[in-house]
Design a protein around this ligand. Sequence first.
Ligand code: BTN
Length: 244
Amino acid sequence: KNIYYFEEIDSTNDYGKIVAQKPFEDGDIIIAESQNKGRGRFSREWVSPMRKGAYLSILLKPQISFEKITRLTIITALAVCSALEDHIQKKVEIKWPNDILINQKKICGILTEISGEVDKINYVVIGIGININLDIEDFDESLATKASSLKIETGKIQNRKEIVQKILSIFDEYYDDFLNDENYESIIDEYRKKSYLIGRNVEVRIYNNDSIRARVLDIEKNGALKVELENGEIRDLLSGEVTL
Ligand code: BTN
């Protein structure tokens, strides 16, 4: 596997897409000390100050069908959650589909991007951004109430390298299982246990910008969020953004 390392880059996900234009290895990594165009989901910016966070992308070419992509998100979120929990000895939760929270604040986001057709995936880029040693001043006002960092939550500077190594080694194990179709039941069980949303009342913004109010019942085996709408209807949501 190859590791592409940068002091500064626009976005590790964007660089991943460039690398993917030529033959690459399953599991190549792009990692940077800072990003000047870090991107989040829903075209948001991802604040990526120099040497304060971890900004990396994992480039994959799994030969699987599209519907299994959700599982990749699940294993990535779980790998980050387990690695962080192990590292800081604090409760770390997953807010479906792939936000990682500590004390109800967002510490990490994951941006999965795919190129290909239904039965032929060219590549998948999984971008992981972790707020490790960011200070409260690094977040603008609108973020300060929702986002945080490991340093803020633990009161200590954390070792970025150790954290990234831990995440990648756990991810590798899960990814092997994923490719061999092994242990998925226990992985999804683990994800459920760490799920912040189960049992909560939420509002979900779905892709056409509609909002629906619902109560979260469970995480389905395929990674969908199982919700009960106000009229009693049960629905499985495959993607969307959830607010409480
Ligand atoms: C989100 O929660 O909205 C997803 C945030 C993903 C951020 C990471 S940082 C590394 C990679 N490169 C990017 O431009 N974005 C992802």
